[in-house]
Design a binder for this molecule. Structure first.
Ligand code: ADP
Ligand code: 5GP
Length: 189
């Protein structure tokens, strides 16, 4: 299992976290990659669980030192990225890594890991449905939902750069398709 990488990306609200959590529940030998970020913790977030929280200065120092597999300034002044040490930590345990990242991060990670990685683009059946899910999730303000929808239209254009497109319409069906992709990939020598 060590050396393998699963990448799930999608516009916000498509259901990628729901699907990634389902896969984690089925595979004890698959581990979630914790990203580093320079934004401050929110709510109940704990260092090392949701993110490794670094100051912007420390984040920039680690960029210069070449410590990141991939990073992005997602919002002005807020950096997010995957540390090489995180990849080594998970592979060192003999586990496969699963990533739940935005679409640009997903494309960059696939380029970095190549044939060791399987990348999956999770797609909501329509933009209207995406909006309904974001509203039902109740974690975003109306303004934030509009921003995410506008971004989603651009993000959808990245879908062809992924190994697989998984349409998340009926959840149980999406779970079983995701599981089939993952177990086939993990079984490959
Ligand atoms: P993402 O991680 O892509 O932002 P989430 O996994 O948080 O998306 O899903 C967004 C919302 O949509 C959540 O409230 C989730 O429970 C719901 N959801 C996920 N998949 C489906 C589905 N197939 N049908 C209806 N609701 C869904
Ligand atoms: P949030 O601040 O809401 O937790 O995350 C903001 C955005 O950063 C999300 O779109 C999330 O997917 C993205 N993100 C989280 N970790 C990484 C990472 O390691 N690399 C990249 N490129 N984006 C990330």
């Amino acid at each position: 299992m060590a050396g393998k990488v699963l990448i799930f990306s999608a516009p916000s609200g498509s259901g990628k976290s729901t699907i990634v959590n389902h896969i984690l529940g089925l595979h004890p030998d698959v581990e979630f990659s914790v990203s580093a970020t320079s934004r401050p913790p929110r709510g109940q977030e704990r260092d090392g669980r949701e993110y490794y929280f670094l100051s912007e200065e420390e984040f920039r120092r680690r960029i210069s030192a070449g410590e990141f597999v991939e990073y992005e300034e997602v919002y002005a002044g807020s950096f997010y990225g995957t540390l090489k040490s995180e990849v080594e930590r998970i592979w060192g345990k003999g586990h496969a890594i699963i990533f739940d990242v935005d679409v640009k991060g997903g494309v960059n990670l696939k380029k970095y890991f190549g044939g060791s990685a399987m990348s999956v683009f999770v797609q909501a059946p329509s933009v209207e449905e995406l909006r309904r899910r974001l509203e039902a999730r109740k974690t975003d303000s109306a303004e934030s939902i509009e921003r995410r929808i506008a971004k989603a239209r651009e993000e959808m254009t990245f879908a062809p750069q992924f190994d697989h497109i998984l349409v998340n319409d009926e959840l149980e069906k999406a779970f079983s398709e995701a599981e089939s992709l993952v177990s086939t990939f993990l079984r490959k020598p």
